[in-house]
Design a protein around this ligand. Structure first.
Ligand code: AMP
Ligand code: ZN
Length: 115
């Protein structure tokens, strides 16, 4: 828990969010500025700044975030049409919240490469 971290405050219910999933390791909520018809953030309960701050001991947690995203994609019926999970690392890649999270984006066509 970092008291200055927005996502820690959301997962402690100090800041409201549209929470769509919770378990002992992860929480998922709607992105406040959606970039696709489905845009959900899958967030580690443990405060980890980003992918530069994980080690082998975090492998299961990282896999779990992907599995939660895949389940949410099935729930939202975008699993067949296609979706994207994105983990931005560092400001140059667009990371703005330094608490590790996956974006689940779907419900529209996606281009490659991403900008
Ligand atoms: P990133 O830029 O990869 O760090 O992603 C941060 C995401 O958090 C952005 O897509 C923002 O729109 C989203 N975001 C920022 N503040 C909130 C909030 N209060 N509730 C939900 N999503 C938020
Ligand atoms: Zn945090």
């Amino acid at each position: 828990m970092s008291k200055d971290c927005l996502f820690c405050r959301i997962l402690n219910k100090e800041v409201p969010a549209k929470i769509v999933y919770e378990d002992d390791r992860a929480i998922a909520f709607e992105d406040i500025n959606p970039q696709a018809p489905t845009h959900i953030l899958v967030v580690s309960r443990r405060h980890i700044a980003g992918l530069n701050d994980v080690g082998p001991e975090d492998a299961a947690l990282l896999g779990h975030l992907q599995l939660v995203a895949a389940q949410l994609a099935r729930d939202r019926r975008i699993a067949e049409s296609g979706y994207r999970t994105v983990l931005n690392t560092g400001r140059g890649a667009g990371q703005s919240i330094f608490h590790i999270h996956l974006h689940l984006l779907g419900g529209r066509g996606m281009r490659w490469p991403p900008g």
